[in-house]
Write a protein that binds this ligand. Structure first.
Ligand SMILES: Nc1ncnc2c1ncn2[C@@H]1O[C@H](COP(=O)(O)OP(=O)(O)OP(=O)(O)O)[C@@H](O)[C@H]1O
Ligand SMILES: [Mg+2]
Length: 248
């Protein structure tokens, strides 16, 4: 028994909702959705933490333009506050160097991060999950017990084939599923909405493919002015768990 595991529940106890942005498939917009969700919720005056658990390709710091900040050590690790959110990522430790990890090493880093990080009181901790359903996903399920899953898919049948497996796994494990966001929508198809509803999982809405999104990466004001942000705001407003009702 690893004594750090017992500490994790205590470290997370003042957090209202823990939301893992997942989907299994690579490149479908998990990190973009997680970063935008965190930004939108801070604008709605929620107390937010963002945890990047993608050790192979951490990217939320790039999306949100987070640089030159570091956690502080004080009875554990206190995440820096950037754009009004507490931010934690492997990049603080690995920098720009690759961090190839496998099996036990992955678990070790996750346990370490979760047991030392002092989030304090938060309304939401948003977790950016890596692609795949292997070590990190299984560890997150095992170690972060109250996690609710917010899944992303693209309109592609190919992407959904993988996302569907993740959804089925979440259902089989009786994990709380908030629903599915369809990202990078271009045409007017109901394929994903129908397929999600057929699994008795909430379809939360779609985010358009936004040509401007890429050029605003790293600039939070630019990001906030995109169609991506507007679409995500609509989804946040209509999804009960976020408790955001204000009209813009
Ligand atoms: N709605 C959108 N419109 C335009 N571009 C988008 C949209 N959503 C995401 N992208 C772009 O798609 C790419 C992949 O997005 P992102 O990194 O968020 O995906 P991911 O699922 O986190 O990937 P990974 O599996 O590698 O972690 C990025 O270049 C991002 O800028
Ligand atoms: Mg990602």
């Amino acid at each position: 028994m690893d004594p750090r595991i017992a500490v994790i529940d205590k470290r997370l106890e003042q957090i209202g909702n823990i939301i893992a942005v997942s989907g299994g498939k690579g490149g479908i917009g998990k990190s973009s959705v997680a970063s935008m969700l965190a930004l939108i919720l801070t604008h709605a005056n929620k107390r937010i933490g963002l945890l990047d658990l993608d050790f192979c390709g951490p990217s939320t710091h790039v999306i949100l333009g987070i640089r030159d900040v570091y956690p502080r050590e004080e009875k554990g690790i206190v995440p820096p506050v950037v754009h009004n959110m507490k931010f934690m990522s492997i990049v603080f430790y690995a920098g720009d160097k690759p961090s190839p990890l496998r099996g036990n090493d992955v678990s070790n880093v996750i346990i370490e991060l979760l047991s030392i990080t002092q989030w304090g009181t938060l309304d939401f901790l948003i977790i950016d999950m890596p692609p795949g359903i292997s070590d990190t996903t299984l560890d997150a399920i095992r170690l972060i017990r109250r996690t609710q899953f917010l899944n992303v898919s693209t309109p592609s049948k190919l992407a959904f084939e993988t996302v569907k497996k993740v959804l089925q796994m979440q259902k089989e494990l009786a994990l709380p599923i908030i629903g599915v966001i369809e990202n990078m929508k271009t045409a007017d198809s109901t394929y994903i909405a129908d397929a999600v509803k057929a699994l008795h999982i909430p379809y939360l809405g779609s985010v358009s493919h936004d040509d401007r999104f890429e050029s605003t990466l790293g600039d939070v004001e630019g990001l906030a002015s995109t169609r991506f942000a507007a679409d995500m705001y609509d989804i946040v407003r209509h999804t009960g768990v976020f408790d955001v009702h204000k009209e813009r």
